[in-house]
Ligand binder design. Structure first.
Ligand code: ADP
Ligand code: MG
Length: 760
């Protein structure tokens, strides 16, 4: 039982309020066929829309089974429309991009029935209206009468109590009209049908009650029921809702009708994704390449324990910045300050290598490394016989270091150009630079002019002499001080060790890095022998005991004494240790062992090692990351632009689908369901754009890799997009387009259903 009480609806046009309905009192029985008759503009459609809950009355009330609807929520109106009302419109209001069957089913999709049940019921009603052969056609493939039958089927499919028909035959020819009217008359046998018409003949011919309307007031009612409205308590309808999957389906079928536009949108949306994906693919490839380098080529690079280990962070800051960043860096404009210059790689830590640490190193499994080379600060007495003179060579001038005793590492990274590698303490190796140069001071030291060009064979003929401390230093009986021997001729004849240059080598141009500076290199055995002799030498023993220099007689500070002892070779605390791992996993075991030493130590007592390989890879990794960030930022701009564009396209789609929104709302769809339909649409576009982007980028990596392989030797299949990055990008694309579509979607959901239906 339905009852309108003093119901009024006014429309505001400018400052003028026009009453479309003006105090209507009407009651309807559960089963009757009521025709609402009246001229155009008399308020017939307004009346139907109010009864159907599509529009809201301003004053008065609408009672359903005796319950007032004044306090109805939006949700309750939506349920009411979906369960109680079936609308039939003059212009059919079918959704053109889906099939006849889908048009009928759509009212059921909001009720939560199973797909099979929905289909069965829809086919049933389509059979009842005589359209079973046309269920797979699109609405525009049908005649007007047939379309109205679809609309009738859609109105019936939910089995509502009330059918509201607004001039259902207004656009149909007479003969077809008759058939439609008979169908409606049939329906009215067990439902309340309220039909609006301006055709008196139609009203009189089929309806069993005629309500006449004029200027928003009821002027006549042929058969008003006796109003007995029982109060049946609260009204309860099942809630309507559209699942996201259903919304996806609807949006998908809509997008299918606009294939070209969807394609263009998705491609445009994918451009940003392509950019980001390519940057990621190349960065990933380069990082992989570096990791691979670290695992293979660089794995045998030594771990180095230096007195002042390289501090990678300080290195990136640079010595200048470090100076400026010191806390007490405030200074007076007109005063000059000394700057403690540091040479070599920047360092913030001092390693105090002691016996304790050496024992810790000895505990290392020897099979983990090829070689552990230890070097000292000893300054050996190196002499050169120039024929007419015997000179002392300052070992610092000629790069006089221990050779790498790890043969494998040496062979892999250096090219032996002449002779052999040193095999004992009396053999020397000359390292020359990439253009076969050595320091001019070295050439001068060995008696060759700086300008000369020296053939390899000539170089291999040169020899030197090492004088052990006891032979080199003579103690003065009076002063007790030590001085270098005067008669070096005699010394060279008997008490020195002769050294010969036996080989010439150069760093391989493909080697990732080398540790031998150009100059003369000796075999580690030489150092060992020299240290042994130095420890037991007279000068050594004397200096150990004395706090003044036994050479100059001047007093020594503690650190100066320590340095002197090291220089003389008495204190054989290592200056530097290099460990050459056998492979990458051995290296990790070794670093774990080295780290273990520091676990319980104060920070200043830690002994830190330098992993040159990882410094190389970390630095390159940081550079690659830095470049990637910049490139990704650029691509992100195009991503943003395409998102905005997708937002606009969604808005256009909203405008185009205004009528569909009205239809869905008349069928009981909630605002949220409309929101869902459009969100589903942007989700599909976002997904497609993301997928396109990832696929196109993956496709592009092939020519890019060919190009890279062509430009850089040994760099094949560099760019590759990791799977998680691909998935992430698709997700980002969905999120972006979804977000961009939120504004137009919410505009769509807030559209007033009545005005939405009015749009053609
Ligand atoms: P009918 O269906 O009988 O032709 P309507 O119910 O559509 O009449 O309209 C009744 C009156 O209300 C008309 O004067 C119409 O112009 C006015 N009206 C209807 N809808 C609106 C609206 N959205 N805004 C302003 N006026 C409206
Ligand atoms: Mg009308």
């Amino acid at each position: 039982m339905l009852e309108l009480r003093n119901t009024t609806k006014k429309y505001e046009i400018g400052s003028f309020k026009q009453a479309a309905l003006n105090g209507v009192d009407l009651a309807f029985k559960t089963r009757e066929f009521v025709a609402v008759l009246g001229p155009s503009g008399s308020g017939k459609t307004t009346l139907l829309n109010l009864i159907g809950g599509l529009d809201r009355y301003d004053e008065g009330d609408l009672l359903i089974d005796g319950k007032s609807t004044r306090e109805f929520s939006d949700q309750e109106w939506d349920s009411y429309r979906n369960h109680e009302i079936g609308f039939i419109f003059q212009n059919y209001n079918l959704i053109s991009h889906i099939s006849v069957l889908a048009n009928v089913e759509i009212g059921l999709t909001l009720t939560g029935l199973s797909p099979e049940e929905r289909r069965k019921r829809s086919e049933e009603v389509l059979g009842r209206v005589g359209l079973i052969d046309h269920i797979h056609k699109k609405p525009n493939q049908l005649s007007g009468g047939q379309m109205q039958r679809v609309a009738i089927a859609r109105a019936l499919v939910n089995d509502p109590e009330i059918i509201l028909a607004d001039e259902p035959t207004g656009a149909i020819d007479n003969e077809t009209s008759r058939q439609i009217m008979e169908l409606i008359q049939q329906i009215a046998k067990d439902k309340l049908v309220i039909m609006v018409t301006h055709d008196e003949a139609v009203a009189k011919g089929y309806a069993n009650r005629i309500v006449s309307l004029s200027d928003g007031v009821v002027t006549d009612d042929t058969r008003p029921p006796e109003v007995t409205v029982p109060d049946n308590g609260a009204l309860a309808f099942d809630k309507t809702s559209m699942s996201f999957l259903q919304a996806l389906k609807l949006s998908f079928s809509n997008l299918k009708t606009k294939k070209f536009r969807t394609l263009i949108t998705a491609i445009a949306g994918s451009i940003g994704i392509i950019g980001v994906a390519l940057v990621l693919a190349i960065a990933n490839g380069m990082n992989n390449e570096i990791d691979e380098l670290e695992r293979t080529t660089l794995a045998e690079f030594p771990l180095q324990i230096d007195p002042r280990p390289i501090d990678i962070d300080a290195m990136q800051g640079g010595p200048f910045e470090r100076h400026m960043n010191e806390e007490d860096a405030a200074f007076d404009e007109e005063i000059i300050y000394p700057l403690e210059q540091e040479f070599g790689p920047p360092s913030t830590h001092t390693n105090d290598i002691d016996d304790d640490y050496m024992q810790h190193l000895e505990a290392l499994d020897e099979s983990l490394y090829n070689e552990m080379s230890i070097s000292y600060d000893v300054n050996m007495n190196l002499l050169k016989d120039l024929g007419d003179d015997i000179i002392n060579i300052d070992t610092n001038d000629i790069g006089f270091d221990s050779t790498l005793s790890d043969e494998t590492f040496f062979e892999e990274n250096y090219n032996l150009l002449a002779g052999d590698t040193p095999e004992g303490k009396s053999e020397l190796l000359l390292i020359i630079d990439s253009q076969n140069r050595v320091d001019a001071e070295l050439l001068e030291a060995i008696g060759l002019g700086a300008e000369e060009e020296i053939p390899f064979e000539t170089m291999l003929e040169y020899d030197f002499h090492i004088a052990y401390p006891d032979d080199y230093y003579i103690q003065d009986d009076n002063t007790g001080r030590f001085a270098p021997v005067q008669d070096k001729d005699a010394l060279i004849g008997e008490d020195t060790l002769e050294l010969n240059i036996t080989g010439i080598a150069r760093l391989d141009e493909d080697a990732p890095g080398g540790f031998l500076t150009p100059g003369l290199k000796y075999h580690p055995d030489l150092e060992e022998t020299y240290l042994e002799r130095a420890r037991t030498s007279d000068i050594g023993e004397a200096q150990l005991e004395s706090d003044v220099s036994v050479i100059t007689g001047l007093p020594l500070s503690e650190s100066a004494k320590e340095a002197l002892l090291k220089e003389l070779g008495v204190d054989s605390t290592p200056a530097q240790i290099q460990i050459y791992p056998v492979d990458f996993s051995a290296k990790n075991t070794i670093t774990d062992h080295l780290d273990a030493y520091n676990t319980d130590k104060e920070e200043e007592d830690e002994i830190r090692y330098t992993d040159i390989a990882s410094i190389i890879t970390e630095l390159s990794g940081d550079i690659i990351d830095g470049i990637s960030y910049v490139l990704v930022a650029f691509s992100a701009i195009s991503l943003l632009v395409s998102s905005i564009m997708i937002g606009i396209i969604t808005y256009v789609s909203v405008l185009e689908r205004t009528r569909e929104i009205g239809i869905l709302r008349s069928l009981g769809a909630r605002k949220r369901d409309i929101l869902r339909v459009f969100n589903a649409e942007t989700t599909i576009i976002g997904f497609t754009a993301g997928l396109f982007g990832v696929l196109i980028a993956t496709g592009l990596t092939f020519p890019i890799n060919r190009l890279i392989a062509y430009l850089v030797e040994d760099l094949e299949n560099l760019a590759s997009l990791p799977l998680f990055a691909a998935a992430g990008l698709i997700l980002i694309s969905i999120i972006l387009t979804f977000t961009a579509g939120l504004i137009p979607s919410s505009i769509a959901s807030r559209k007033d259903p009545v005005s939405a239906l009015r749009v053609d």
